[in-house]
Design a protein around this ligand. Structure first.
Ligand code: SF4
Ligand code: SF4
Length: 234
């Protein structure tokens, strides 16, 4: 119904499923039918998606966002015709990029896996409304997108401080925290989307969650037979 509903994950899922190109058609700026003006959100999302494609070594021209309302039949037909030509000229996904099938899949999966974290990290920019929509193309820089991957933070629960209260586990949006009452909690780093909620909700008197930045490695989890919380806190 709305271009604003097109999530970053939809775009990369289409490429994952073998699409050679993705075209998103949105109503013109200022003509959104909905209060949040989803077409601006779509423009920001598409701009970020192009940078992510570039980061993955995929030609960003394989993704296009076009303003075209439902009543503009001729414009829609012209858009589809010209985008189809662009994609045909580029050839099947991976061919003009000189990527093997395995390499292509690994690169796309590398982005897909990080989409929840990327959406959190870029939440403010993804909601940005720029009056001059041409400026969306420069909203994200190549360096900024690279940093998303090279300077990804991690969250770690200090076993010496954790009191097994379960607050972080109950608030984690992706069930990435394992634990039980009076059991030291552990974050599954593969499932964690780096939202930072556990850091925010861990009671200050425990302050057991740490944000690790700058490539600091996450210490190994405590062995299962050492996870009972030793002393009781009032
Ligand atoms: S940062 Fe914490 S709350 Fe957020 S997904 Fe990771 S473990 Fe869960
Ligand atoms: S909220 Fe803090 S003290 Fe409670 S289980 Fe999580 S890390 Fe441990």
């Amino acid at each position: 119904m709305c271009g604003g509903r097109v999530d970053l994950s939809f775009v990369f899922r289409a490429f994952e499923k073998g699409a050679d190109g993705v075209l998103i058609c949105c109503c013109w700026p200022g003509e959104c039918h909905y209060v949040p003006e989803g077409n601006y959100n779509a423009a920001s999302m598409a701009s970020l998606a192009k940078r992510l494609l570039e980061y993955a070594g995929i030609n960003p021209d394989r993704l296009k966002l076009q303003w075209v309302t439902a009543s503009e039949g001729i414009r829609f037909a012209d858009t589809v015709t010209s985008f189809t030509k662009t994609v045909r000229d580029l050839g099947p996904l991976g061919s003009s990029e000189d990527l093997s099938e395995n390499d292509l899949e690994a690169r796309i999966q590398g982005v897909i896996k990080n989409i929840p974290y990327i959406k959190i990290a870029k939440r403010d920019k993804l909601l940005k409304h720029l009056e001059n929509t041409d400026e969306y193309a420069a909203l994200y820089t190549r360096e900024e997108v690279e940093k998303l991957f090279t300077e990804k933070p991690s969250y770690y629960i200090d076993p010496e401080k954790c009191q097994g209260c379960g607050t972080c586990r109950r608030n984690c949006p992706v069930d990435a925290i394992d634990g039980d009452k009076k059991v030291i909690h552990i974050i599954d780093q593969e499932k964690c989307i780096r939202c930072g909620t556990c850091l925010e909700v861990c009671p200050p008197r425990f302050s057991a969650v740490t944000k690790l930045e700058g490539g600091v490695p996450v210490p190994p989890p405590v062995p299962d037979d050492q996870r009972a919380v030793a002393k009781k806190e009032s």
